[in-house]
Design a protein around this ligand. Sequence first.
Ligand code: NAD
Length: 413
Amino acid sequence: MSLFENTLKQIEKAASIMGLDENVKRILSVPQREVEVTLPVKMDDGSLKIFKGFRVQHNNAAGPYKGGIRYHQQVDMGEVKALSAWMTIKCSVVGIPLGGGKGGIIVDPKQLSLGELERLTRAYVKAIEPVIGPETDVPAPDVNTNSQIMDWFSDEYSKIKGKDLRGVVTGKSLGAGGSKGRNNATAQGGVYVLEEYAKTVSLNPKETKVIIQGFGNAGGVVAKLLAKAGYEIVGVSDSQGGIFCDQGLNVEELTSCKIEKKSVVNCGGAQCKRVSNEELLEQECDILVLAALENQVSAKNAGNIKAKVILELANGPVMPEADEILDKKGIVAIPDILANAGGVTVSYFEMLQNADGKYWSEEEVNPKLKDIMVAAWEEVSANSKKYNCNLRDAAFITSLSRLEKKIREKGLV
Ligand code: NAD
């Protein structure tokens, strides 16, 4: 089953629980626009390489399309379609006036020099420029893209249009119009939701062991925030593999070690066990944070998960067939469309600041983010009780109810 089919299955399930209008479901089951582009790029050795890129605009009933750009060797149109649909759903879970989009380029950016990466990014902007803009479609960072890439993006778009249109993209560096708090936003939003969940089960951070899959933007930051809140981080991984350390890991040391030695597998010392990514997910812990890529928990390994709670900072890390197994085992999955919505929420704040020309302090950003995340959690958990369903179905129901209203207001159904 493709990733997009997984997304449709999730929409289908929530739609049948809540009794969603059939035509609303049909509208949300197809992206509004799918763009595929070819990107000729001069390489440092003088040769020409042609890359392939995508931008999918899933739905804009709630507002301009919004969603990240992924640079990865395995990106394809199906993946981008799924990610764009999750963006539509996610923005409406947290009730921000944005729709869903996503983009990607088939490339392993680690194989490119900085100059090649910049030329590739600028070629992508030229290719998708006709369909994006600060009020139509606003990209952002995702896997393997960062504020430097967003700064090139914004600069190229503004050059093409002949004016300062930095609001075309979010996740920029602070000097180029980025928002304070954006770097931490995805992880911080997930922690706010986890704190609300923790209150309902009287969870004590000091007695709670956490494993984190993925040690990039989302995973690396969540490790720091959870360690600061007193949680014990006992395992981490990145694309090279993982380490498990029952006595706990020092996150500060781990962060510097990862920078110096390139991968967490080279860190942690002799008291840590080296494990594969698959093995890490099955180690003893209380909370498993998934912060890498999609399809990590399937019907094959769901039965072996020992955590009591899964916090999904990645998009689509748990497959639909795994959900049933987790439900039976009583493992609570705090779903991606709620848990990682902090990133797009602060991206929305960045859009507001760019439009207004006035910039907020981190002390202003974080309480606003917290209010939105806590309100979304309250609605999702109320729907979970009302419909007697898991948190994923409840998050979809929360979102689909809002989208149904917007689509009706437009007179489409
Ligand atoms: P990133 O590129 O900064 O980090 C990804 C991390 O995952 C890296 O440490 C990489 O080595 C690791 N990784 C890759 N394959 C792995 C594997 N098979 N097993 C274990 N680790 C692996 O990306 P990110 O921005 O942190 O994004 C991670 C996930 O979070 C993605 O699913 C992304 O869509 C989602 N997300 C990110 C944001 C954001 O603001 N960055 C917002 C919402 C959702």
